[in-house]
Design a binder for this molecule. Sequence first.
Ligand code: GDP
Ligand code: MG
Length: 370
Amino acid sequence: PEFITVQELANRMTERSSDVVKALMKLGVMATITQTIDADTAELIVTEFGHTIKRVTEGDVEIGIEGDTDTEGDLLPRPPVVTIMGHVDHGKTSLLDALRATDVVAGEAGGITQHIGAYQVTMPSGHKITFLDTPGHAAFTEMRARGANVTDIVVLVVAANDSIMPQTIEAINHAKAAGVPIIVAINKIDLPDANPNKVRQDLLQHEIVLEEMGGDTMAVELSAKKKINLDKLEETILLQAEMLNLRANPNRRANGTVVEAKLEQGRGNVATVLVENGTLRVGDIFVAGAESGRVRALLDDRGNSVKQALPGQPVEVLGLQGAPEAGDKINVVEDDARAREIAAYRARKKREQAAASIARRTNSLEQMIA
Ligand code: GDP
Ligand code: MG
């Protein structure tokens, strides 16, 4: 049964209608803003956007969106989420390791570094930065293909002795396609044959104009190996983040994105989640992709048990019934019944999408043969 126009739904959620159209596309529903969608689909979209909904009666077409839309006053700055990209051997892993070691909190708290797919660094000023620690382009494009745009800033690592290489160009194209700002990390400046100016020149050919050349892309000369200018890179990231005005409301039910998920011996299904809005707490009931669950434990990037995770914070979540996929949305909901209902709905949508894609492939195969 038809229920609400895309435009009206967007208005009620105070979201951009183009974002709602995109979210629908992700579900395999092609609709323009004037088209009407059914209640089940509308409900799913509302949840995807992190709003809560209320059905007046079971199966009724009336959905009231509860007043938990974030207002200006609810929003607080949140840490930026950074992905490091660049050509092989230009120093992505070295930089991730070096940056991780700059964390001022880690020193005191001890704890062994856990690779959970993301980590957070606290700077001496108290500001935090979140790094996705699966370097390379595959993870970035895969997440994006699944509709998850968690990266706020791309740090493009370019070795100063090697300059622009094929994967550097690829990374530039990925970042541009995603509309994510780039900060250039001109790495390996400790090497005698380092030539940072060549990097600046070569970038021009790919329409990256650095600030010092009259453009608006920031760059930092550094050495991941010798730990030179790491603080400068972090300050530059924070500056860029400030310009992006990244904010979230910690005082609401959490929603976020699954960065990694796996089945582990003795621990069950474990997902690394990046909280995007709200606060995720132990005991929360949630839907992650087509799986539901209740947060049994939360572990930070040092393996410490924590009671909650704030916006921008990566955290391991225990208590999933099954394993979701990287890029899946996680939403905290009011109760178990609701979680199961949404999980079932998403599972059905997934099956329908899979069936549709098989049908499409069969069709095109038939056309090719004909
Ligand atoms: P990735 O493939 O981009 O992850 O690159 P790696 O971090 O694995 O680094 C490739 C090689 O470059 C390793 O041998 C690193 O030790 C070296 N390397 C990384 N950063 C620097 C640097 O700042 N200076 C120098 N001299 N070598 C570096
Ligand atoms: Mg590497």
